[in-house]
Design a binder for this molecule. Structure first.
Ligand SMILES: [Zn+2]
Length: 322
């Protein structure tokens, strides 16, 4: 602003009532927050910007919309912006996104996040899953060396579903049958000794060899030593794909045989279980989002709201090469 404009501005400010000043501060605060968020979004998208309809990189600037630079694709004539085709497209209140990302990093409940960021709780719920949709894909590509694998079971939940396929349980609830049944979702977790962890929602009921085949081969190195408890599916699977396997006989009270143990993966399970407890049962269809969210926090690769916002657009911190 020109000095004379500042002079006029400051003179006007002294004539404002207390309420007008507060309203002014609020507007300026929102505008600053929105500008910071927009700058971050534009900058994150810059490197990979392309037309979401035809993937062309041939486009021109075409005005602004919703605070973002708009582009027009030359070959297909469609317009788009930095958020088109991302899970954040069409979400409002950009000035609150970084605060919301901070709530996710703090594992806040839907209600707490809603009141902290001043949005409706339905919006808070929608944002949670939009923010996690791509951010949860920040995973190691492959496990190396010694990898521990173990399964855990989480009570299946149709929370929030309009069409239940069974009678409702009371909130939280308990399984009707003892032991592992189709009321439980099998979550398989594999973790190598460098701490890289990959998990899978492996389906309802007991872990089977077929499920191990469906989950593990694309993400394990062929030179790996797979370590598990005494579940018979693991040695059978390992034999069929030709990898080394070792088991700890937990039933016989043997928890560790030198480097052969599943203590790291079990510790991961217990952190996950404890963390999930605060959500009072999560809908099974959202379970992959929660597993990804847990990994974001556990792996400590994403530590600031800014890097979480970038991750929601699919831009992740560089992987350390080990
Ligand atoms: Zn196009």
């Amino acid at each position: 602003m020109h000095p004379s404009q500042w002079h006029t501005f400051l003179t006007l400010c002294t004539q404002l009532s207390h309420h007008q000043r507060l309203a002014g501060i609020d507007v300026l605060g929102k505008a600053t927050a929105q500008n910071a968020t927009v700058a971050l979004i534009e900058q994150t998208a810059q490197a990979q910007l392309q037309c979401p309809a035809c993937h062309s990189r041939h486009f021109h600037r075409h005005g602004h919309a919703h605070g973002l630079q708009r582009y027009r694709c030359v070959p297909c004539r469609k317009t788009f912006n930095a958020l088109s085709g991302t899970p954040l497209a069409h979400l409002r209140y950009k000035e609150r996104w970084l605060d919301y990302a901070d709530c996710l990093l703090g594992s806040l409940s839907v209600r707490k996040a809603a009141s902290q960021v001043r949005i409706h709780r339905n919006t808070s719920f929608r944002w949670r899953h939009r923010f996690l949709a791509l951010a949860k894909t920040d995973r190691p590509h492959c496990l190396h060396g010694i990898a521990e694998a173990d399964e855990m079971y989480i009570l299946e939940s149709q929370k929030g579903s309009r069409h239940m396929t069974r009678p409702a349980r009371r909130r939280g609830g308990a399984a009707r049958q003892r032991g592992i049944s189709n009321e439980q979702v099998c979550v398989l977790v594999a973790r190598d000794r460098s701490g890289q962890t990959i998990d899978f929602v492996a389906g309802l009921g007991q872990l089977t060899k077929a499920r191990l085949h469906a989950c593990l081969p694309p993400v394990i190195d062929r030179d790996i030593l797979l370590v598990s408890d005494g579940h018979p599916a693991y040695p059978a699977f390992a034999k069929e794909i030709g990898i080394l396997h070792a088991a700890v006989n937990l039933r016989a009270g043997i928890r560790v045989r030198g480097t052969v143990h599943v203590q790291n993966v079990n510790a991961y399970h217990s952190r996950l279980r404890q963390w999930l407890r605060a959500f009072h049962g999560v809908a099974t269809r959202y379970l992959p989002n929660y597993l990804g969210w847990r990994w974001i926090i556990d792996a400590r690769r994403i530590l600031s709201p800014e890097s979480l916002l970038k991750a929601t657009m699919g831009s992740f911190p560089h992987l350390k090469v080990t």
